[in-house]
Write a protein that binds this ligand. Sequence first.
Ligand SMILES: [Zn+2]
Length: 342
Amino acid sequence: MDCVSGMILTKEGMEKGYLIYSDSRIVERGKVSPPIRPKVRGYIIPRPINSHTHIGDAFIRKKVENLPRDIEKLVAPPHGLKHVLLEKADRDEIICGMKEKLREMEKTGISAFCDFREGGKEGVNILKKVLEEFNLKGIILSRPKSLEFDENEVLDLLMISDGIGLSSVSDWDYEEIKSIASLAKEKGKLFAIHASERVREDIDKILDLKPDFLIHMNKANQDDLEKVKEEDIPIVVCPRSNEFFGLKPNLELFRKVGIELSLGTDNAMISSPDVYEEMVWIKRNFEGFSIEELLKMITYNPGKIFDVKFPEFVENEPADFVVLDTKSLKPILVSVSEADTP
Ligand SMILES: [Zn+2]
């Protein structure tokens, strides 16, 4: 039997207490002092979700020493360096980069991640195959191979993935993007899109697509955010990736408007898939966010978007949790129940 103690994060909030667990199951949860000596003390949280990755471009980091710090030049399809290199790369090279990043996530206790997968159907199949070796839930949002709408291709993509994740409205013909979004909704799948990352985009057009969530919104103004709030659409932010391009999300404004935030790490060639680092970044750069708010951005908030159920930390539940150091916000203990293996 093992024990961890500290502050336990549940849906209702943070609560002082301890967990005793054995054979991948919680044996006891208590509020006062633990009856056995805890292995570690810290913030005890459900295994986190990384809400936004592009792990397919991890291999580029090794290939190009100085990546251009310009969104257009680096990541905009179809001519950004990333897309040119992805097109030319061989399958094994991409797989090797992916595995490295998946291993990093697995080691740090991540339970699920949402990847915006490039490369059409083949892109989805590569990631699915690689994931068979990992104890990680991959929520795969696919996209057409080119910036053109082909109904059959989109229907196929929706069959093999969890939905569609597109670059931005600016890259597409609006009517075509609308057709893609409505097909995703028709099939009961997710639709998400990067929005106002480098330039402010028309929020009415974006919201007409009925996205399940938006990525970035760095250049959104208060009006834009209020409209997003009105539609109850969550936003995923990736501040370390933004910083690479000299951008910064206005998190004080997001908070003031009451946007529900989740955190992602964006392109693997730019940032490691370490979602804890995003919390650390926010803590360092913005005042006013409580620890509980930050921890929810990597657990319960994305849990709602991706319909992930977390253990309730009660007797007999799987012992699935991570304990974070209260200063560094980095994991000091990862407990993964075997029952949880997909
Ligand atoms: Zn992205």
